[in-house]
Every structure is written in C-alpha cells, then in structure tokens.
Design a protein around this ligand. Structure first.
Ligand code: HEC
Length: 169
C-alpha cells in the first residue's frame, strides 16, 4: 500500500514537471525569435498591413513588398519625418518566378527573407531611432548581419529618416 502511494506521488510529480515544461520551452523559444542586438520580432498580423510600395533586387533575383502599420501609413500620408515612435515597417522578399511561355513576365516565387524596422527613438538612439530584424523561415539571422543594417540605411537613406521606400501612390 505504502509502496503504491509512493509510486502515485512520483507519477503526480512527473506529470507536474512535464506540464510545466512546455511553458519553460515556450519562453526559450520567444527569446530565440528576437533579433540579436535589437531584440526585434516579426510583428503579429503584419501580413494584413497596408502596402507602402514594392521593390526589386536584380542581383538577388528578388521581388520585394514593403508593408507598414497604421502609424507608418499615417506618417507617409502626412509626409511626416522623422517617423514617430511606434512606426513599424516590414519588407518581404521573394525569388522572382518567370511565367512559362511569357518572356519577361515574373510572379513571386518562394519567400526568402522578412525584414523589420521598428522606430523607438529612445531605445534605438544609437541607430537613428531604428531597431532592425532580419528573419529567414521565421528565425532571426546572426548578429554579424544585424551590424550592417544601420550603416547602409544611414549612408543611402538619410533624407527620409533612414528609410529608402517612398509611398507609392
Ligand atoms: C547594403 C545596403 C543595405 C543593408 C546592409 C541593409 N539594407 Fe535594408 N534596405 C536597403 C535598400 C536599398 C532598401 C530598399 C529597396 C528594397 O526594398 O530592397 C532597404 C529596405 C529595407 C526595409 C524597408 C524600409 C526601407 O528602408 O525602405 C527594411 C525593413 C529593411 N531594409 C531592413 C533591413 C535590415 C533588418 C537590415 C539588416 C539585417 C538591412 N535592412 C540591411 C539596403 C540595405
């Protein structure tokens, strides 16, 4: 009888530990989904945001689409720079896929990267107020790649608060 109770207690303890584990793992995963250096994540629901403009990178054979949250869209429409805190821009990239039998026509192929810029003028003061994140298959790329983001945006997109993309009307 006593032995039976011991087993029951052990079984309950094991059940509690395994019930708690998913939460512990969940937290670890959360941190793994944030970009190094900046701690930027892919924002929830971004795929339903408004289109700012499209782009192309012929070297990488890619098509791009830039989406913005409500704060971003309003700032663009009011031609207001610097962008206010809370602005989030997401750039989606896909391989170009030629349309069979129609020379020169392309549609989007497989997704390559998702890139995010988040405006927080205090938290990201050292990088023009922008936090950066680059993701492949939902996972952030390494710190070395994140070290390059601001340098290029600073060198080539200073005139619009370090943002290249203009609102396509
Ligand atoms: C060598 C230059 C260069 C580097 C490095 C670079 N970008 Fe950009 N980025 C661009 C250009 C050019 C565009 C606009 C054209 C396009 O859509 O590709 C752009 C556009 C963006 C946009 C859309 C908003 C905008 O500025 O137009 C986001 C978001 C973005 N980049 C994030 C990142 C992140 C995150 C990194 C680092 C991991 C990064 N970029 C590194 C050149 C660069």
């Amino acid at each position: 009888m006593k032995q039976g109770l011991k087993w029951a207690a052990a079984a309950i303890a094991a059940a509690c530990i395994s019930a708690a584990l998913p939460f512990a793992i969940g937290h670890a995963d959360d941190a793994a989904l944030a970009s190094p250096i900046f701690g930027v994540k892919i924002p929830a629901g971004y795929r339903d945001w408004k289109l700012i403009a499209v782009g192309e990178e012929t070297g990488l054979d890619e098509l791009r689409g830039v989406l913005g949250n409500g704060t971003a869209v309003k700032a663009y429409q009011d031609s207001k720079t610097p962008f206010p805190d809370g602005t989030v821009l997401v750039k989606l990239a896909w391989k170009r896929k030629p349309v069979d039998g129609l020379n020169g026509a392309f549609i989007t192929g497989p997704a390559t990267t998702v890139q995010v810029m988040v405006k927080d003028s205090v938290k990201y003061a050292a990088t023009g107020g922008w936090g950066f994140g680059r993701f492949i298959d939902g996972k952030p790329v390494d710190a070395a790649q994140h070290e390059t983001c601001f340098a290029c945006h600073e060198a080539h997109a200073k005139d619009q608060d370090f943002v290249f993309t203009h609102y396509a009307r």
